[in-house]
Design a binder for this molecule. Sequence first.
Ligand code: AMP
Length: 499
Amino acid sequence: MTVQSLSMALIAAFDRAADRVLISQDDRELTGHQLCAAMDDLALRLIALGVAPGDRVAVQSPKSLDLVMLYLGCLRLGAVYLPLNDAYRADEVGYFLRDAGPSLFICAPADEAALVASACIPTAVTVRTLGAVGEGSWLQATPSDVALPPPPASPDDLAAIVYTSGTTGRSKGAMLSQRNLLANARDLAEVWGISADDRLLHALPLYHIHGLFIAMHPLLLAGGRIDLLPAFDADAVLQRLDDATVFMGVPTHYTRLLASPGLTREATANVRLFVSGSAPLTPATFTAFAERTGHDILERYGMTECGIICSNPLDGPRLPGAVGQPLPGYRVRIAGGAATGVLEVRGDSLFGGYWQMPEKTREEFRDDGYFITGDIASIDDDGVVRIVGRDKDMIISGGLNIYPIEIETLLEAMAEIGDVAVVGVPHADFGEAVLAVVCLRAGANLTGPEIIDRLRPHLAGFKLPKAVVFAPALPRNAMGKVQKAELRRVHAGQFDLCA
Ligand code: AMP
């Protein structure tokens, strides 16, 4: 029988690698056998807290091996994992909890009191805590003594809901099934040649599909080994690369590595594959990395709703500025058959829709099942895809997506501000940085730092404007729409000094 659920496939893979270390952090190492036992134990703890298969478990905890285990415990039980960026503040967390209606919310011990005091947690939600070194009330839960039900076998069961920022200000929960996640993991293991001999140095966050699914699943399925770092730090990465065969990062990670004199051919000699994604990798970074290390970074393209869609080849030329060809499970086309236009995709790992948003889901799919990505792309005669822009005015800063509307709404609510637009402008370190262009009301007095301070309690740090510029008026077209392209052009040099 072909295994069609990620949960079953992972358990089978852990069984095959019973005596091998599959994941580690510092000096803590877990073999396949230990992973299986821990998954059962954690699933029973979830049951003891009232979580049933199909229930959502929302998690906002610092990265750690115990956080990975919590995710695997949810997969074992068939609970739907809902990762939240640990930078989100109470207002933001409250929205996700109200929208997703989880039965359990696990947060960092240090955040619990403030979150509870802010009343952002609905009363029906059980709260437990998990910190960076396993501390907190989650791991103190006693496992239930009921018989553990079998792991989810149906490919259609939901495995995760991952929220993406919404163009209209409302984040949308992308529903990812067991089939979606397994299909992408298998495709990636195949096209990137991931095997039991691989060792991945994992420096990505675990609240995003890049670190949680793309980096981990192929290694776990293939019986390779994952070494977790608590966060990206160029020095820590460079110290550990001699053990690694695979490294995955966002473009900002690569520019930071390039800024370190420790990035050399010797330091990277053991690595066979560097992968970049989540934001465009500039040809300049690609070339500088190749010159310094001898490695051509493999750029791939994907999104929360789809997993990875396109990848440069493992063998064969990796083209700077291109994201390669579609994975075996995907077909791609340009809307309306134009040479350059909105990329539409169809494939096995394409999500099932947005959580409780049937209208929004319908709007983003064509009748023949293609998903409208919102990215502007071209496809050449060899089927190589190039992403040339974005349909929406989303900002990607340090690999994280930011929708201006969310920040604009908060700024517009400030009495001193008459008009405002938020745009992304080039930034040497972050790729793009958030810039707020503000028109003050007559007689009003407010400085840039004061504006940022007022936003701080409401927004994750990565969404805060890196600068505020003041203007007498915003450029608007005949329809009254702010001409953001014009603002991006005028302020393109704003962060030159940061280079
Ligand atoms: P997310 O859902 O957070 O993974 O963000 C998905 C978006 O990131 C895509 O729609 C693209 O706009 C962007 N993206 C991901 N990978 C790349 C890439 N290699 N080049 C350009 N944009 C990318």
